[in-house]
Write a new protein. Structure first.
Length: 395
């Protein structure tokens, strides 16, 4: 058995964004771990370059990788730590990587802290196939990025564009996560021969089974995303304030975490509006079953985000039987079609009215539950993992 394992090909997944004791996981972090479950079953050795924290995260995904550990930063997930990790990657990679022959190097995010290690490994071993993931192409000029501070938008733009150009020059393949990203990569002049469109998925059967067992609805709506301005977390408070004017006992569950500053601002805003009993800040959840339970205990999923690419959590909410209300983003329409109730961006009044309408019409929620669950079945992770593996192996 040991010999068989030693003869397998090695895939290194770079997850340098997992920093801190209880890190918020982006779609770019979750996606490769879901894929790795199937690739491991197909006979590949999974290697992961990340922090010590990744061991706890991977345990939730039932994979058994070989770890290559980057030195721990402090216990907090923050923008400065991501910058430090990128700089650190320029000068240090674990010596354990020198002891293995890499067939594939998979940089999970289009960020410098993931791309720099892949770039360095490609320079030292030209036979290794580097697959670079591209999730979102920020607008140019950077200040067109909505609901985000100028400096943050500028740094994000520079980091992402440097990453994409490094991938364009040195990666063997670039996987664009969505049709929208695929088209944008073409527009900014990336090598068309390298670009392939890939998708995200949903653990449909598991979510459906667990959600079906939940009978009691504890919350009128749930939001589950990183707590930051671009994801609409401060709009959430304004929206729910209007809902509460009509339905005094209405309860919104907010799940996720973010920077210390943004979480503190959110708590302050909830308190200043007197909504502590109406908006429950439930923190960050990593366990899939616990996440499904919270979704299934809610009547609606609301998503007033100003910036998305795929929004995997929308698919999870649909699989759990929840109607979805979201700001109208072209990226979401390409994926979720007419299965989401779209609201003009920033229209808090219209958003709150639509929530009230859905809460007052259980038959509508029941009908959309069936339609959404039927639609989301096609995004099963197994099929997506198999297709992506065929793209990886293709010459």
């Amino acid at each position: 058995m040991k010999n068989n394992k030693n003869s397998r090909q090695n895939i290194l997944i770079i997850l340098n964004g997992i920093i801190g004791e209880d890190p918020p996981l982006s779609g770019g972090d979750i996606r490769p771990l879901e894929l790795a479950k199937y690739w491991e079953k197909k006979g590949f050795n999974i290697h992961i370059l990340s922090s010590e924290t990744a061991k706890k995260v991977c345990a939730n995904f039932d994979i058994h990788p070989v770890y290559h550990i980057m030195p721990n930063l402090n216990s907090k997930s923050s923008k400065i730590n991501y910058i430090i990790r990128a700089i650190q990657s320029l000068f240090f990679l674990p010596s354990s990587l020198k002891k293995i022959t890499l067939k594939y190097v998979y940089s999970s995010n289009d960020t410098l802290f993931d791309v720099i290690p892949a770039f360095k490994l490609k320079l030292t071993d030209k036979k290794a196939c580097w697959i670079a993931l591209a999730h979102i192409i920020p607008p140019f000029p950077p200040w067109k990025r909505k609901n985000t501070a100028f400096m943050s938008s500028t740094l994000f733009f520079i980091s992402e564009r440097l990453s994409i150009w490094l991938a364009n020059l040195f990666a063997d393949k670039i996987f664009a996560v969505s049709e929208n990203t695929f088209n944008q990569l073409h527009k900014i002049g990336m090598n068309r021969k390298k670009i392939h469109m890939v998708e995200c998925g949903v653990n449909y059967k598991e979510i459906f089974t667990v959600a079906k067992s939940i009978r009691v609805k504890k919350y009128d709506a749930v939001f589950m995303k990183r707590l930051q301005r671009a994801k609409g977390v401060f709009d959430l408070v304004d929206i729910w304030k209007k809902v509460v004017k009509n339905k005094k006992e209405a309860r919104l569950l907010v799940l996720g975490t973010g920077s210390i500053k943004d979480v503190k601002l959110l708590k302050t805003k909830v308190k200043s509006e007197g909504l502590q009993s109406n908006i429950i800040l439930g923190g960050h959840i990593q366990q899939l079953n616990e996440k499904i339970n919270k979704l299934a205990e809610s009547r609606l999923f609301i998503h007033p985000s100003y910036e998305e690419n795929w929004a995997m959590v929308i698919g999870e909410a649909m699989a759990a039987g929840l109607p979805v209300i979201a700001y109208d983003l072209p990226e979401l329409r390409l994926i979720w079609k007419g299965n989401v109730e779209y609201i003009p961006q920033g229209d808090i009044k219209a958003f709150s009215k639509k929530i009230i309408y859905y809460l007052e019409h259980p038959d509508l929620r029941k009908r959309e539950q069936k339609e959404n669950q039927a639609f989301v079945k096609k995004f099963d992770w197994k099929h997506i993992a198999e297709r992506e593996l065929s793209l990886i192996k293709k010459n």
